[in-house]
Design a protein. Structure first.
Length: 91
């Protein structure tokens, strides 16, 4: 059974530090991922993405970075790595 996972762009951003919210290694991350790229990668992986552009990452509540909800049964770290890899292939 899969559940909805929240994917914030900061999780994938190689320009951010771990303490700023990056969830994967710098080598796996991509620079400045957009909601559109995350949505496209999640669609390509069959994760049924839902974009919420008006949301703000809690640690930087003043910026409307948006977020993407995806269906995934695997751990969030694995899902984030797969999405970053897919974006990297498309660039």
């Amino acid at each position: 059974m899969s559940e909805r996972r929240v994917i914030w762009p900061v999780y994938l951003d190689s320009a951010r530090t771990r303490s700023q919210g990056r969830a994967i290694s710098k080598e796996e991350a991509v620079k400045g991922p957009t909601l559109k790229e995350i949505e496209g990668a999640a669609s390509a992986l069959g994760l049924d993405p839902v974009v919420e552009p008006e949301k703000s990452y809690p640690a930087s509540w003043w910026e409307e970075s948006g977020r993407v909800l995806v269906d995934s049964a695997e751990p969030k770290s694995v899902t984030v790595r797969r999405i970053a890899g897919e974006i990297g292939k498309d660039r």
